[in-house]
Structure formats: C-alpha cells, structure tokens
Write a protein that binds this ligand. Structure first.
Ligand SMILES: [Fe+2]
Length: 328
C-alpha cells in the first residue's frame, strides 16, 4: 500500500474502549466520536469479547491499537500474531491500526512491557522495513506510537523525535502521537517537550493519544490513571495548531472511573481541540492576507487582482497560495 501522508479520516475525539464501560455503552448508546480497542483483547475465536466488540462496532467507528507487535525486537515478526491480527482487521474494518515504537520480548518470551528502542540508524532501518511490510500485509493504514520511557541508551545517535520521524517517513506509515508520553519522557530525560512536538512530521500524525500519569517527583510513571494535566493539554493545543484536525483519543487504564467521568474529560479535550483549530484557521487566514498584501505591493504584480476570497490568482502565486496551512 502506498501511503504518502495522512490518509486517514478525522474522527474527532474518542475514548479507549474498556471492559467496565461495556454495559453502559450497549445500554445507553452514549454519543461518542469513536472508540479504540486493544487488539490483543480480541484475538480470540469467539465468546463475550467478540460479542461485545461486534455490537459496539455496529454503532461506533472503532480503531484497533496493539501492544505486542514487538516491532523493534531481535526476534523475527510473529507471523501467527500477524495472521490473527489481519483476521481481526477484516472483522472490525478500522480506518487505521497502530502499535508502538518498542521491543517487548526476545527468544519467544513476552515481557509484557513496552521497552524503549536504541535510537540508531540500524534500528531505524529495521523498524522502517518492518512497518512498511506490516502495512502492506494488513492492507490498512498503519501507525506507530512514541512510548514513554525511563531509561535510554549510550548507543543513541539521534533524538527520539529524529528517530520516529525518520522511521515514519522512510516506511511511509503514520505517527500515533502520544502527547502524554512526550511529556513523561521529557520529564524523565530532561529534554524540552515542545522540541519533540515541533519536530515531528505533522502531516503524518494519524491519531493523537492523551492520558494521565503519576508524578513521583524524581520521575513520572505513565499510569494512565487520571485526566491529562494542564501542561499536557498545553502540548496538545500546540500539536493541534501544527497538525490540524487529527483524531484524538483519551486513554484511561488505571483506577478507571465511571463512563460519564471519562466522557466529561473527552468533552474537555474536544473543546481544547476546537479552540486550537480556530487559532490555526486564524493564523492561516492572517498569513494569506499578509502574503496577498505583500504581493500587491510588488510593481510587476500591480495588474493582478484578488478574488473575493483574498486569493491571488494566476502565475506562480496560485501554487504559493494553494496550500497555506500553518507552516509547521
Ligand atoms: Fe498511548
């Protein structure tokens, strides 16, 4: 599959699908833009998990998110896992699917954690080749997520944002951009989170994750045990201003409260997204007007007029004005 840029739809702001909420969702059909299910919970032959998944996917857009692909591991990719994942993709028909930039096992043993990768050229090549191959095999747009981490490697030859950018560009896959993970890793490793946000290829962001975490003072643990804190919401605002309308999902995995509590946080994130998109549109408009004004002052352009939308018509300026989003 040739996947050049962001080819997935904007679904709005959704919620991670979690077991304690199944009954509420199926009974009350609450308004929700989309849900994201953890793929591994549904790689089964039948029974309750698939029953619930089918009922929910009949009513809501549903995205699949995996945690055990082990894309950066030393072992070969698990063909049986990929075969079962493809069957699930065919059943659910998600608009895209994702997993993580990590390794999570070796020698056939699964460690049940998302462990950080060394940020080296060798690992870029390995992960990019595999990501491209997986996307082709699954026949659905595929994205990889930046993880939170608590250690890094002396072997690193590039920053994390250089690493993830290089992989998604080379593999022609999407970036699942977890804004909370950026904050957690920035705190733990002492880099500027905004450098990460500004430096990734925004047109390749398929989806954004938001979540809460636990701050232990010396370090942050990525617990997903609460609502996103204000500094993470600030990072999110900047991400949306740079990226445009990208589907966003709230993950809540520890001490999961009732559906309505999580849904109210989804509404809060949605309001922030709307504000950021308005700011992006305002910047874009003022940029267009400034360009048009500058061009009208150039003597050799004096005969050219602006149309009713403020766009300058004709010649090279058509291409100059044709794609004026906020410059990233
Ligand atoms: Fe995430």
């Amino acid at each position: 599959m040739e996947n050049t840029k962001r080819i997935v739809p904007d679904l709005g702001v959704g919620m991670g699908l979690r077991v304690p909420h199944y009954a509420h969702i199926l009974e009350h059909n609450p308004e929700m833009a989309f849900f994201e299910a953890i793929s591994e919970n549904f790689l089964v032959d039948g029974g309750k998990p698939l029953y619930h998944l089918d009922r929910i996917s009949e009513k809501y857009p549903l995205i699949l998110h995996g945690v055990s692909l082990n894309i950066g591991g030393a072992d070969e990719l698990n063909e049986d896992y990929l075969k079962r994942l493809k069957e699930l993709v065919r059943r659910v028909k998600p608009a895209w699917i994702s997993d993580h930039f990590c390794w999570c096992g070796v020698g056939g043993a699964h460690l049940h954690d998302l462990l950080p990768l060394p940020f080296t050229e060798e690992v870029v090549s390995l992960v990019a080749e595999r990501a491209h191959r997986i996307q082709d095999y699954l026949e659905v747009p595929f994205a990889l997520e930046n993880t939170s981490s608590y250690l890094d490697y002396r072997h690193n030859t590039m920053t994390e944002w250089q690493f993830v950018s290089e992989v998604v560009e080379r593999a022609q896959v999407g970036l699942m951009f977890d804004v909370n993970n950026v904050y957690v890793s920035a705190y733990n490793h002492g880099f500027d989170a905004f450098d990460f946000v500004r430096s990734v290829p925004h047109e390749r962001i398929f989806q954004i994750h938001m979540a809460g975490h636990t701050n232990r003072g010396t370090h942050i643990i990525d617990t997903h045990g609460g609502a996103p804190i204000d500094p993470v919401l600030d990072l999110y605002r900047t991400t949306v201003e740079l990226s445009g309308a990208v589907s966003t999902l709230l993950e809540w995995d520890d001490e999961i409260p009732g559906y309505d509590t999580v849904a109210s946080e989804v509404v809060r994130i949605s309001q922030i997204r709307d504000d950021a998109l308005r700011r992006r549109a305002g910047k874009s408009e003022s940029q267009r007007m400034a360009t048009a004004k500058a061009l009208s002052l150039i003597p050799e352009r004096a005969g050219v007029t602006l149309d009713g939308h403020g766009w300058v018509q004709g010649g090279p300026r058509e291409s100059a004005g044709a794609d004026h989003g906020v410059s990233a």
